[in-house]
Design a protein around this ligand. Structure first.
Ligand code: JFZ
Length: 478
């Protein structure tokens, strides 16, 4: 073959493989033929949002961490109470249902609170592991439609939309109620009856998978939903085998092409998991397994370039309401967590566990209002920012906003205010700082580029005792 022909053949093969790639059927969860640019567009609002409210609320909420008059414990997830006390679904429901009494307008309170806090989205439990669904399901009678004559999902979605919040469904694929959920197939996933034989003979897990698909179909067809937050899988039970995961994701995307999904239908390295446990994530994710990875109760040490991630976290130590857990994090800690996460390019999904009537514990209300007060002054240093250009800064954190020819703003989030009124940061190549100012208080700030260091001069006292933000305007270096 002469050289000319060889080049042409190579070009043809390349063109063909590009076409094949574009026409290949949806590889699992990734939308068919989506380009990286289209993906960026789909993820844009979520990446800009940086802060969401997580809500764990269901039958367990009324029990409040109490079983037969005694506290089940003072720490840990009380949404797991059925499993903690090893109750079968009937015993659990008999105890929990009378205490689950959603008051009129509860969802409006959540949405208002989320707005006030500066959250841009709200993710709530449409069904947790106990199997109780908050919508009016045609494929189950273990749901709010049947037991309360209400569609709680509808109430929450409407309230959130009215406050211009994006909406996410946390949906448990684990199900402690369904009589065909074959819990013996996994050693690692929890079930209240684990280790005991199936009460009514063999289970057909395929039937459970069909049920799961039908219920998710109802949810994504009836309500405008932006996020599906699946939960969760084990190394020994995951993906296609456990949940028909690829089909499930494909059906969801067919109905909601712009939806964003997490990685919890899987538990493998390619899906961003290092193993079991809640801190065991890896900074990688093949998009066919989902759009973002989900560190739980944990903030990664560094950013993860090229990977979308969201840290979900409780305000005390339980997701579902407990009357016995008083280990509340301070508002200062929560604000610094939000800053820390933003400085590493992640999102913060902060949880509330409303009570059985839907009211939010006062400790959570207070904390969210404190965060909101900070966000009203400093929000521009969080929303729409990307990870810090610096690996570490002794006195705090940094976020940045991109311009056309490089960064256009730097936000210095100062945790430890300098006694000498001086902050130093390494110069960024190709940029120069032209202006500095404080987001809080009336004080002045100046910046002078001195060789490899930029020196920022600030007032003697911190304008905000928790996190004070110094903004820098950058221009391309002349
Ligand atoms: C899961 C739920 O079990 C929990 O109730 C809560 O909803 C949280 C947000 O998500 O928590 C997990 C998930 C994974 C593991 C343990 C708890 N795990 O891998 O061991």
């Amino acid at each position: 073959m002469n050289r000319h022909l060889r080049v042409r053949t190579a070009a043809a093969v390349l063109a063909l493989s590009v076409i094949c790639l574009m026409n290949s059927p949806a590889a699992g969860g990734a939308p068919a033929g989506e380009t990286p640019a289209q993906r960026d567009q789909r993820m844009a609002w979520w990446r800009q949002a940086r802060f969401g409210l997580f809500v764990h609320w269901g039958l367990y909420s009324g029990l409040a961490g109490t079983w037969e008059g005694k506290p089940v414990g003072t720490r840990g997830g009380m949404e797991w109470i059925q499993q903690r006390v090893k109750a079968d679904t009937d015993t659990y429901t008999k105890a929990a249902f009378p205490l689950f009494k959603p008051k009129e307008g509860f969802a409006r309170e959540w949405a208002q609170l989320a707005r006030e806090a500066g959250c841009r989205y709200l993710v709530f439990t449409t069904k947790h592991h106990d199997g109780f669904a908050l919508h009016d399901s045609k494929v189950s009678d273990f749901d709010a439609g049947n037991l309360l004559g209400r569609d709680l999902v509808c109430e929450i979605v409407q309230a959130a939309r009215a406050r211009r919040l994006r909406v996410g469904f946390y949906h448990s694929v684990i199900d402690w109620h369904h009589d065909q959920y074959a819990y013996q197939k996994s050693q690692q996933l929890p079930h209240p009856l684990k280790g005991r034989p199936y009460p009514n003979g063999e289970r057909d897990h395929a039937k459970y998978k069909a049920f799961l698909r039908a219920q998710v179909d109802e949810l994504v067809s009836r309500y405008p939903v932006d996020i599906l937050w699946w939960d969760y899988s084990a190394i020994d039970f995951q993906g296609q085998e456990a949940w028909n995961a690829f089909d499930l994701m494909e059906r969801v995307r067919a109905k909601r092409p712009r939806i964003i999904m997490n990685n919890r239908l899987f538990r493998s390295r390619e899906a961003g998991w290092a193993g079991m446990g809640t801190e065991g994530y890896l900074p990688q994710l093949d998009p066919k397994y989902g759009d973002f990875i989900t560190p739980e109760q944990h903030i990664p040490d560094t950013g993860m370039p090229g990977v979308d991630w969201e840290t979900c976290m409780t305000m005390n130590t339980t997701w579902g309401y407990s009357a016995h857990d008083h280990a509340w994090k301070s508002s200062a800690t929560l604000i610094r967590n939000l800053v820390d996460i933003a400085s590493k390019g992640g999102n913060y999904l902060l949880n509330i566990g409303p009570k059985g009537d839907g009211s939010v514990p006062e400790e959570s209300v207070r904390a969210l209002r404190d965060i909101g007060a900070w966000m009203r002054v400093n929000g521009e240093a969080i929303y729409g920012t990307t990870a810090s250009p610096y690996e570490k800064l002794a006195w705090g954190r940094c976020t940045q906003k991109a311009g056309k020819g490089g960064p256009e703003r730097l936000y210095l989030h100062v945790f430890d205010w300098p006694r000498n009124g001086r902050l130093e940061i390494p110069a960024l190549r190709g940029s120069e700082p032209v202006k500095a100012w404080l987001l809080a208080g009336g004080g002045k700030a100046t910046v002078s580029p001195t060789g490899r260091t930029w020196t920022v001069q600030v007032p003697a006292t911190a304008p905000d005792p928790v996190v004070s933000v110094v903004a820098l305007k950058l221009e391309p270096a002349r």
